[in-house]
Ligand binder design. Structure first.
Ligand code: NIG
Ligand code: FE
Length: 401
């Protein structure tokens, strides 16, 4: 089945950079892009369908490369506490924070988790997301991490979106292992990761490297196990303090290091050399009212690819719009709208190890794109939320979300 999509302009992200084709057309064949370029250069091809995009701006389908979409309960009560002046770290120390979501997630059935995650996912999809990464990390034991990862797989099998599953068992210390962090890390490495990987539930392995979570030495053990299981790694690093997690991630050729407000220039040099993507999460920065900005100049100077994601989670970023994150990346982190758009397409695909097939519109790549009824690509970073008029195409077929 061939479809000609005509009368559009395209921000294609081809050849690894922001690139524009005005007065363009795309030909898709099945799920793939067969031709893309200026409409005038298109010899009238054979096609089964012709769709007039009416002057829309086409971008690659948006990729949300860092979310914690599957969880029980919510933490709006903690949000109120924080507004009264209690800090995120204080709430965590008092048994709230990640631990309270772990209790709610353990208490929820697989069907309940699926239903609540599906409702949240729908917001992302309506906003133009066609690929999303989701992490476990609110189960913290084999049975409950498995439950979350199974929900993630089920979302990928039933919803109109490509889903990548990341195991974040090393997110926090579960109550059963209080004061025994090394024992929990051993349990992750000896039991949890091998079992979950063998069940085909894991595409990548993540950890939270922070003084209120796990040390670089503990994270390294998780990375070594991931390597033995042939799984790529990612890391929550340098969110609240500088522990060198991002350099550690680079040493293990991590797909990405995420958050990074407290990273140093040396970390940026290491990440650039390793090709590790910097995933910036402006929603968490905003929601925690952080003041330490990620080192944008060092990231740019050393050529670290920068991605942007929602970090959708109940504690630090209940963000249901990836486009809103584009705006925050520009206003809070001083990124340009072009950098921000590359951050949710090209570089987000890199952060998931999917560059060969996703993140840009080029011949042979998957035909996931959005035709936005906007005047300029920068409009995507300009509007604060809302449901922009758009047509979403996934695997070469218009999807009706
Ligand atoms: O990405 N940094 C650690 N994990 C999440 C937040 C987890 C939570 O508070 O529930 C994050 O910000
Ligand atoms: Fe996160």
């Amino acid at each position: 089945m061939k479809t000609l999509w005509k009368n559009c302009h395209i921000a294609s992200m081809a050849h690894g950079k922001y690139s524009i084709i005005e007065d363009a057309a795309i030909v898709t064949s099945g799920a793939l892009i067969e031709w893309i370029g200026p409409q005038a250069a298109l010899a009238e091809p054979e096609h089964d369908n012709c769709i007039d995009l009416d002057g829309a701006w086409v971008t690659p389908g948006l990729i949300d490369c860092h979310t914690h979409t599957v969880f029980g309960g919510n933490r709006s009560g903690e949000f109120e506490q924080r507004l009264q002046g209690v800090s995120y770290a204080e709430i965590a120390a008092a048994g709230g924070g990640i631990a309270s979501t772990v209790r709610a997630t353990r208490a929820a059935s697989e069907d309940e988790l699926y239903a609540s995650a599906e409702r949240r996912l729908r917001h992302l999809l309506k906003d133009g997301v066609t690929t999303v990464e989701m992490k476990s990390g609110y189960g913290l034991d084999l049975e409950n991490e498995r439950k979350i990862l199974r929900v993630i797989r089920r979302l990928g099998n039933t919803q109109p979106v490509t889903v990548r599953a990341t195991c974040l068992a090393a997110h926090a210390l579960p109550p059963e292992y209080a004061d025994r962090a090394d024992d929990y890390i051993n349990h992750i490495c000896n039991d949890m990761l091998p079992a979950l990987a063998a069940e085909g539930l894991v595409d990548a392995v993540d950890a939270f490297c922070e003084y209120l979570a796990f040390s670089p030495a503990q994270v390294e053990q998780v990375f070594i196990t991931a390597g033995q299981l042939a799984l790529p790694v990612k890391l929550h690093a340098e969110q609240l303090s500088s522990l060198g997690g991002s350099s550690l991630a680079a040493r293990y050729k991590a797909l990405s290091a995420d958050h990074l407000e407290f990273m140093t220039e040396d970390d940026a040099i290491a990440m650039a050399a390793a090709g590790t993507v910097a995933v910036l999460l402006p929603g968490a920065f905003y929601f925690l009212r952080e003041t330490q900005l990620p080192p944008m100049d060092a990231l740019r100077k050393h050529g670290v690819p920068i991605a942007i994601a929602t970090d959708l989670n109940p504690g630090t970023s209940p963000g249901l719009s990836l486009r809103l994150m584009l705006n925050m990346a520009c206003t809070l982190f001083r990124m340009t709208p072009e950098e921000a758009l590359a951050g949710v397409t090209l570089n987000a695909a890199r952060a998931l190890g999917m560059s060969a097939t996703h993140g840009s519109l080029e011949v042979g790549k998957v035909a996931d794109f959005v035709a936005w009824n906007i005047e300029r690509p920068a409009d995507l970073a300009y509007w604060l939320g809302g449901d922009l008029d758009k047509r979403i195409v996934r695997h070469g077929v218009e999807s009706s979300i």
